[in-house]
Design a binder for this molecule. Sequence first.
Ligand SMILES: C[S@@+](CC[C@H](N)C(=O)[O-])C[C@H]1O[C@@H](n2cnc3c(N)ncnc32)[C@H](O)[C@@H]1O
Length: 293
Amino acid sequence: MPKPGQLVLLVSPRGKRYLRVFEEGGSLHTGDGILDYARVAEAGFGGLAHTHLGKAFRVVRPALYDLVKGVKRQTQIIYPKEIGYILLKLGIGPGRSIIEAGSGSGSLTVAMSWVAGETGRIYTYERRPEFFKLCRSNLTRCGVGDNVEQFNHDIADGFLQTGADALFLDVREPWLYLEQAAAAVAPGAPLGFLVPTVNQVSDLVAGLEKGPFTDIEVLEIFLRRYKPVPDRLRPEDRMVAHTGFLIFCREQKPLSAEEQVPAAVPDTPDETPEAAPDAEDAGDAPTGPDAGE
Ligand SMILES: C[S@@+](CC[C@H](N)C(=O)[O-])C[C@H]1O[C@@H](n2cnc3c(N)ncnc32)[C@H](O)[C@@H]1O
């Protein structure tokens, strides 16, 4: 049964979704009638609650996906398909400190806050006051944010933290802030970026190549949904063709002369070739970098 202060997702008979904080004595006014929260409490998660017009609403415990989809948007946001990969690539989790800019509507901030939990720390930067406020209201709405510290700052002036475990930039010209980003993270920390156009990817990669960064990766994530009809299973006719490009790298300060690893000596042609890797290792090996992801 939902408890006061807990989030509930109420799904109408026509599939309209209402994300609400459950409170005793509350109600939801919809085109399908008024739904008393007393009925929601009786139904519990997984149950059906009826409006005064007798329409049945499903009472669902929202997943992180539902929270991100329910964020009120006034900026472009990052979508669940990218967010999942970003969280994994940046190693977001309990005990980690993460810097993010710009906060925008707070879609990524909500997800990072949820995943990092009580012992994680998110520092999010936004230069526009209206989005700074919007980010907090979305965090509150989603029942997260205690681990989020917000800064109404322009990141051109640098970040106030040093030694962060990871950093993510979703701003129009991320290449302008690479020096600030490198100064804010721990040695070797992962960094990520999202930009919508290939021109921006080129400018960013050119900036990253100047250092101090390594392991630069550029990728795109596609999501294709299927019509769930068992005997006519096929993809949906339309899909979202583009959201953004993701770029990842790691901080790598320039190595001193003593730290440089000597270049490998090439095998001489008459040497016996090295044994092939164990079949067990090689058996299902992917055919290219990151194949099978
Ligand atoms: C696309 S939105 C970010 C959306 C956010 N990632 C989300 O998922 O909701 C980009 C945000 O970056 C902010 N921004 C751009 N340049 C900035 C800067 N130099 N310092 C701080 N914020 C900046 C913008 O005001 C805008 O709100």
